[in-house]
Each structure stands twice: as structure tokens, then as C-alpha cells.
Design a protein around this ligand. Sequence first.
Ligand code: AMP
Ligand code: MG
Length: 401
Amino acid sequence: MLDFDQAQTLLANAAGPLQRHEDIGLNDAAGRVLAADLTATVDIPPADNSAMDGYALRVADWRAGGRLPIQQRCYAGDVPEPLKPGHAIRLFTGSLLPDGADTVVMQEDTVEADNQVEITRQPAPNQHIRRRGEDTMTGTPLLPAGTVLQAAHVALLASQGLARVSVVAQLRVGILTTGDELVPPGTPRAPEQIYNSNGPMLAALARGLGALPVHVLHARDTEADLLAAFKTLLADCDLVLSVGGVSVGERDLVKPALATLGGELSLWKVRMKPGKPVALAQIDGKPVVSLPGNPVSAYAVFAMLVSPLVRRMQGRDEIFPPISLLPLRTEHPRQDSREEFLRVQRRVADDGSGELVAYGHQGSGVISSMPWATGLARLPADVQVNDMDRVPYYDLRHWLA
Ligand code: AMP
Ligand code: MG
């Protein structure tokens, strides 16, 4: 038996980052991983400009009750004239600051009539001016390699004038479900058969992490079927995930199939509930991870043990998402000899703080608990957990992203 943390580290190191990069347009960049560090090549803002609708002037020209002739109306995108002594220039938010002006007065503090403006409140120097480079200076680091590009990052890159960006190629994931009892959704089902949940689920999990599920194959519980499917996936994918058939049952043939393919194989019983059997093989330099067949186990094992490997292969800088500590509501004390990952909902208590509520039926076949759960609560082995004890909370919004 392997501890959960050991298994997580072993799997996270089962492969390195993809070395394939591609250039993509900024409009397609959301969710992609930046391939190289970026440095600012433009000062932002590129020139001093007005933060307000108002007037540019020299503080020294102001007199209480005095009026300044309006030299120019300068809209955002216009080029201002140099400010003449004793004059004001009408400005709008984003208008460039005229040479010679040392302050901007907002229009709420002015009265304009007959092409003259009266400033009704004494101005201070440098007010309402956005200075060149105050946001970003040329030469400063912009974003590190490994950043998952979201709207905020895309805005920053666009502000630098970048139309394209170099990102890591999308991770190609091959998925293999196994089992003679399974039929695909959308087809007739005999009473002894069940629908294949894990295939579509794993495709969705891969997509949720920004990877590409290239194939979703199914194999019957024969070595020949498994071998053929694994060969197809290995030829076409960076990472292969199989599910089911990896226990100690007579028809659990994934392990022998991987051995036949020459895989350097390790099978672990991970001390976690749900979960247990997880296998890792390296074949042709590619990792093959075999997950337990129960959909709930496969879901939890993917989130906790496989997702860090996916993120590493994607070249991301954050492999392990954050874990928070939250109180667990429980009617009775809980204790188990294995570490347990409970499907929980994070709720907001009356005082506004967070608390965790566990799903009533924690059986590893209970698929209906999965969409209900917002995350997993980690309960230590051999320690009694009482009502409102704080436990590590793995938020699936982070662990499946
Ligand atoms: P196994 O590890 O192959 O013995 O599977 C464990 C349990 O998970 C069995 O009850 C299987 O029927 C079920 N199972 C395996 N694969 C799937 C799948 N793709 N969809 C739904 N249930 C599955
Ligand atoms: Mg099976």
C-alpha cells in the first residue's frame, strides 16, 4: 500500500512538459499555456493622458473667479497642441496630455461658457493624470511561462500590441474504457448490461483541463482487444488513460496487456477511499495511467492523482491547486483505517464562513453524488474527526481545471 501523497508525487513526475509549441491568435488563447516568459516592449500607458473628462491647464494660471480661453477640444485619439500660457484645453478620458499642462481639472469643477472655462475649485498639480508607464514599463516581466491564459492575461498581452502568442501544444489524451458489461449510451441495453459512464466522463475531464481527448475507445475484457486499443492510443496520444480491469479479478487483464506491450509497470494500492488500485506504465516513453472502474473512484482518482500529471505535461507552472481548511459538519464522529475522500458540498454558514457537508451515501458506485459535490474533504487515517473539525478541502473547481 502506498500513501496518497506518495502516489500523487509519483504520478505528477511520470512525465515532463510537452516540448511542442504553437503560435495562436490572441482570440483563441483562453485556457492555453504560455510557452515562454514574456517581457513588456511597450510602456503602458504609452503617453501621459487624462483620467477624467475635464480641462488641462497650468496650475499657475488659475485665479479664483478667473476664466481661461479654451485653446482646443482634444478628444481621445487626437493630437493635442502645446498648451499656450493662460489657456485651457478641453480633454476627455484617454485624451493625451498637452505639453505644458501640469494638471487636469474634472468637468464637475468647471463652468464653460462662450469658449471660456471657469475653474471653480483651486487645482493641485498632477491631478487626474495617468503617467506614461505607470501601469507597465518597457522591460519589466509581463507573464511567466506556464501561465494558463485567462481573460485578464489576454487583455495584458493585447495592451502590448501582441496579436499572436506562443503556447504549449494541446495535450493529446487517449481514453480506454474496459468491460464486457458495458454498452455505449444511445444503444439498446440488455438487463445484464450497464451504460458506459467513464468514457464520456473522462473525455469531459480532459477537456475541462484544456487537454484534447483524441480517442475514446472501448475494449472487451480480452488481452487481444486491450492490446489493439492500447496500440492505437499510444500511436496517437501523449498520455493514455485506461479505466477498469485493473483489480485482481479474473477478467482484470489491463496489467498483463501493459506488460505484454513492454511497459515498465508499477501497480499501487493507494491507501485512499474511494480509489485503491492505480497503475502506471511507461511505454514508448509515454505514461499510461490505469484507473479503477467505479465511476466515483475514477472521478476522484483523476482529480487528485491524474490532474497534476496532466498539468505538468501541459507545461503549467501550478501543478497542485490550493487546498483550504474548512470545518466539516458530521452528525457522528468519523474514523477509518484508510484516508478517506468524502464527496462534500461547500456551503456558506449563517455567519458567512464556509463549512462542508458530506453526501449521505458515500458508496463508490453512487454517480449521483458526483454532480452534487463541489469538492472532496480529506479525512486522515486512524484519527477521529468530530463535528466542525477543520479538514483539508480540495475544491473541484480548481482540481478539475
Ligand atoms: P472493474 O475495475 O473493471 O472491476 O470495474 C469496477 C466497477 O466499475 C464495476 O462495477 C464495473 O461495472 C464499473 N465500471 C467499470 N467501467 C465502467 C464504465 N466505463 N462505466 C460505468 N461503470 C464502469
Ligand atoms: Mg471490469
